[in-house]
Ligand binder design. Sequence first.
Ligand code: HEM
Ligand SMILES: *[C@@H]1O[C@H](CO)[C@@H](O)[C@H](O)[C@H]1NC(C)=O
Ligand SMILES: CC(=O)N[C@H]1CO[C@H](CO)[C@@H](O)[C@@H]1O
Length: 323
Amino acid sequence: MSMKYSEMVMAKLVTSILLLETMVTSGFRIGPDSLSVDYYVFSCAFVEPIVRNIVNEALQNDPKLAAGLIRMHFHDCFIQGCDGSILIDSTKDNTAEKDSPGNLSLRGYEVIDRIKEELEAQCPGVVSCADIVAMAARDAVFFAGGPSYDIPKGRKDGTRSKIEDTINLPFPTFNASELIRVFGQRGFTPREIVALSGAHTLGVARCASFKNRLSPADPTLDSEFATSLSKTCSAGDQAEQPFDATEDIFDNLYFEALTRNNGLLTSDQTLYSHAETKNFVDAYAFNQYLFFFDFQQAMVKMGLLDVKQGSNGQVRANCRKVN
Ligand code: HEM
Ligand SMILES: *[C@@H]1O[C@H](CO)[C@@H](O)[C@H](O)[C@H]1NC(C)=O
Ligand SMILES: CC(=O)N[C@H]1CO[C@H](CO)[C@@H](O)[C@@H]1O
């Protein structure tokens, strides 16, 4: 789909206004500590190209890292807010979020380390790990073929990372009502849940995450697809299955799969069973541009969850440990 220049300018303008609106409705105020798209313009002018180049290089070596980086941002934000807590390593006295079983399959930590190292060399002590995760996820979306968009920056890093907090992540066995309840507690609408779930256009799940649908047989699972999932699972709980036909490409095939009962997790297919979410699945399956548009807005909003500003947080020198 090609757009005229004037349409592109218009779309850019609209997304800028919506970004401002998202920030205002999320309770952000203008001040020295407030988040902004230009937060590092004087303190670390080249932060964006530095992050983008390292993400690009990493994805060229391993396209699967795009999925890892996007999922990392989600897990970071949903537990304790977007504060880089997902990056902290366990110590003798503390088992961190990243060591919880459900979250072990996260990947891309080395990419964040590399970005941090480069940024510490260029502008020491300035760019938070939470912002690095947010920017890396945003750039991963773009390099995988998704939309390009600006995000506000200025998040500070947290100091708490505890395995027990990860109980707050949604389970893959959740039905739409449960998703609407837990995401609703964080201020997300059903439409935003569907848009965010579209991140599953990238990557894979392990058999352990979807075998609940095989026995007893889930009636909302296409029978041919069920056979192929059983085959995957014959290799064990760790065997991987792509969410859609193009696991490294950010497109709308995930939604198209849901319309054919080819969704992978219970929490995916359920979006096509519930009155409040089904129409959005159809709309995104039909119109990829609409999906991209809604996805970027929902990602900006997710990136503002319980953000620490100013002296409420720190800028970690090493993303793996608190200062
Ligand atoms: C709606 C609730 C959600 C549930 C229940 C859920 C659950 C899961 C599960 C179980 C996996 C597979 C883990 C494994 O078996 O290794 C997964 C993978 C993934 N999730 Fe979600 N997720 C949800 C929402 C999101 C959101 C909001 C995002 C990002 C915006 C996201 C991004 C991803 C990505 C990219 C992968 C693939 C990871 C990879 O291949 O490395 N998910 N998710
Ligand atoms: C969704 O799950 C909850 C909790 O297990 C259950 O009470 C509810 O009946 C389910 N809703 C539907 C529509 O299946
Ligand atoms: C989604 C998921 O599997 N979350 C798990 C993360 O780890 C905690 C701690 O072990 C589990 O309780 C969650 O179920």
